[in-house]
Design a protein around this ligand. Structure first.
Ligand code: SAM
Length: 225
């Protein structure tokens, strides 16, 4: 490691608690403290792997307030690991701010490879994984329509995170702008008991969704223009 101090960024499972790497467990066991979004959620995972380290809340509502405190801890020799509720920190989750501040303070950042929802969703989709763009969550209201119009011309495969409450609305917004023929794939509840992939043209997927009550976490992949 190029610096004497470092921050470990550790991906955690997106559903199935067995999806954690040996090195993630090792790194968390070697850390002095773990930053996490919701201590109760993370405790379930950490208990399963006998990881007993102090947990500190680090989430979008407090990260600006507490980031410097944890940077100073790392600079004083405390080994800090960052996790989020699920998947890879900093991917539609807190992480970017502390990584940026760590680098500014000459702290090396070590992000372990591991679970993230968009990779299995893209690979399962059967839509080209050669070139893709990650949009994360679209704006809920202001700017949403403009963003969807902008994406119409995107040539690469498009990855969107969406809530189950808005997925039917998103598909109808996409039909309005992209037309009915564009291919999509919806991956729901990846790695969990009710894992499901719904694939087809926008019109087919819309019909399939209308026959169901959609629950759970969702990634949508849209074929490029
Ligand atoms: N950091 C996470 C990652 O690496 O993918 C993403 C966190 S973001 C707050 C949560 C969103 O990720 C969900 O709303 C959903 O779009 C997606 N997601 C997370 N887990 C998922 C799963 N098991 N199946 C499908 N989508 C999932």
């Amino acid at each position: 490691m190029s610096s004497e101090f470092y921050l470990s960024v550790v991906p955690t499972p997106i559903g199935n608690l067995n999806d954690i790497t040996l090195r993630a467990v090792e790194t968390l066991k070697e850390s002095d403290l773990i930053l996490c979004e919701d201590t109760r959620t993370s405790k379930k995972l950490l208990d399963k792997y006998d990881i007993n380290k102090p947990l500190h809340s680090y989430h979008i509502h407090n990260e600006h307030k507490v980031v410097n405190r944890f940077i100073n801890k790392i600079l004083s020799g405390v080994q800090v690991a960052l996790i989020s509720d699920a998947g890879t920190p900093s991917i539609s989750d807190p992480g970017y701010l502390i990584v940026r501040e760590a680098i500014k303070n000459n702290i090396e950042v070590d992000c372990l490879p591991g679970p993230t929802a968009f990779v299995p969703a893209l690979v399962n989709s059967g839509i080209s994984s050669d070139k893709f763009v990650f949009e994360g969550f679209l704006p809920k209201k202001k700017g949403r329509a403009t963003r969807i119009k902008f994406l119409k011309e995107e040539k690469r495969s498009i990855i969107i995170y969406e809530s189950p409450y808005r997925i039917k609305k998103l598909i109808s917004e996409l039909i309005d702008v992209f037309g009915e023929e564009r291919k999509v794939s919806i991956s729901r509840e990846l790695t969990k008991i009710h894992q499901e992939n719904i694939r087809g043209k926008l019109s087919d997927v819309s019909q399939k969704l209308n026959e169901k009550n959609i629950k759970g976490e969702i990634v949508i992949i849209i074929e490029g223009a």
